[in-house]
Ligand binder design. Structure first.
Ligand code: COA
Length: 397
């Protein structure tokens, strides 16, 4: 039985910061951000968007009534959770009107969370071939103003429907994975922003890819020539290239190098104008490749490298399914990206510092400028009030 990605949705907030202008404001050469790091725009979440609404909006765009009848498992990967106890998956389950006979929970392992969800979904579908699983990767990446990680922030979510006989990408059985206890990036529960040892994190990412790739080759006897493209977790678009290049130089023919480097560039397209979305970043890269590389053909193999600091790395693969292109939402995603509004650096700094009350007071948020169908309307009694404009359903008031 084939198991894989049947549908893929994406959402990012309607605001962004121009990286060249951010560089100027920080007295940094713009080319450091646009070339050295590889980012042009950075998505910014207004207070009316959080990890829950981003994920719900990403899923809203792809689910039909048939999916809603079949989804019996919702797995929410995030490191921007809104509650230490209650899972973000339950809010999304409610906002999308999914059936009550379902499991819903949140999982965490830095940027690896959605991949962990996919691997669990594979097992669930293998046991329940009629089921569909909704896997969400949703995050708001925050390092803080004037920090070295500031240029690698962003906001967005990817929603994946995993099923048997998938329309887009069928996962292959073999996978290679690595865990090691390291402190390259972490966010203690008292901190709004992440801590990162940037150089160490880069080194470890590269090392984890090399280890997972070596393990994968030993398990499968496959080589670079067997891959049309390899997509990477992209905290910034230069990162995957740093891991791919040494392997390409050592093992790749001229044709492998040309093909994999060209496809790598295409696979960074959306990430370059969205920024870091942590758990969703690898799948945003896959989406860039699927939607923007017109030469991809049915039956071709795509490699996927997932990395979550702390750290877990996994390399796994999928085969493009016949007619996969007709199951993508290219126009919708291009519109989403091109209809965003730019904010100045001063406006970004002001929005970045806005916070919700933490003392139980009631606040109503103004969503006049937020075009999202699902948004955070405010807080009452320490409860977030969400609204789905399409159903006029609101939680909880
Ligand atoms: N023109 C072109 N490139 C330039 C440049 C210029 N004017 N100025 C600098 N650069 C290049 C540097 O050479 C470097 O390239 P390299 O990495 O290929 O060597 C790159 O820009 C970054 O410069 P660097 O001095 O290393 O930047 P930094 O100390 O500000 O740190 C990060 C950059 C990415 C490490 C930092 O933003 C960070 O920690 N981000 C978070 C990383 C992360 O998300 N890790 C967790 C999960 S993987």
């Amino acid at each position: 039985m084939k198991i894989g990605i049947d549908k893929i949705g994406f959402y990012t907030p309607h605001l962004y910061v121009d990286m060249k202008k951010l560089a100027v404001a920080r007295e940094i050469e713009p080319e450091k951000f646009t070339i050295g790091i590889g980012q042009e725009k950075m998505a910014l979440a207004p207070l009316t968007q959080d990890a829950v609404t981003l994920a719900a909006n990403a899923a809203l765009n792809i689910l039909d009534e048939k999916d809603k009848e079949k989804i019996d498992l919702v797995i929410f990967g995030t490191e921007s959770g809104i509650d230490h106890s209650k899972a973000a998956a339950i809010y999304v389950h409610h906002l999308l009107g999914l059936r009550s006979e379902a499991r819903a929970f949140e999982i965490k392992q830095a940027c690896y969370g959605a991949t962990a969800g996919i691997q669990m979904a594979k097992g669930h579908i293998a046991l329940n071939p009629e089921s569909k699983v909704l896997v969400l990767g949703s995050d708001i990446s925050r390092y803080g103003l004037n920090t070295s990680g500031e240029a690698t922030q962003g906001a967005g979510a990817v929603a994946l429907v995993i099923s048997a006989e998938p329309s887009i990408l069928a996962f292959e059985e073999q996978s290679a994975y690595v865990t090691a206890d390291i402190m390259d990036f972490w966010r203690p529960i008292y901190s709004e922003a992440a801590f990162v040892d940037g150089k160490f994190s880069n080194e470890q990412y590269i090392q984890f890819f090399a280890t997972a790739w070596a393990q994968y080759k030993a398990k499968t006897n496959l080589a670079l020539k067997d891959f049309e493209a390899i997509c990477f977790h992209l905290p910034y678009t230069k990162m995957g290239l740093k891991a791919l290049k040494p392997v390409l130089l050592e093992e790749g023919s001229a044709a492998d190098q040309e093909r994999l480097l060209a496809n790598y560039q295409v696979s960074t397209g959306y990430n370059r104008v969205v920024g870091n979305i942590y758990t969703g970043s690898l799948y945003l890269s896959l989406l860039s490749l699927l939607e923007q590389q017109e030469d991809l053909a049915d039956g071709e193999r795509i490699g996927l490298f997932s990395y979550g600091s702390g750290a877990v790395g996994e390399f796994f693969t999928g085969i493009l399914q016949p007619g996969f292109r007709s199951h993508l939402n290219v126009v919708q995603h291009m519109d989403l990206l091109s209809s965003r509004a730019e904010v100045s650096v001063a406006e970004y700094e002001a929005i970045f510092q806005q916070t919700l009350p933490i003392d139980g007071t009631t606040v109503e948020l103004d969503n006049t400028n937020d075009p999202a169908e699902i948004y955070l309307a405010g807080m009452t009694n320490n409860m977030r009030q969400y609204i789905n404009k399409q159903t006029e359903d609101s939680i909880y008031s």
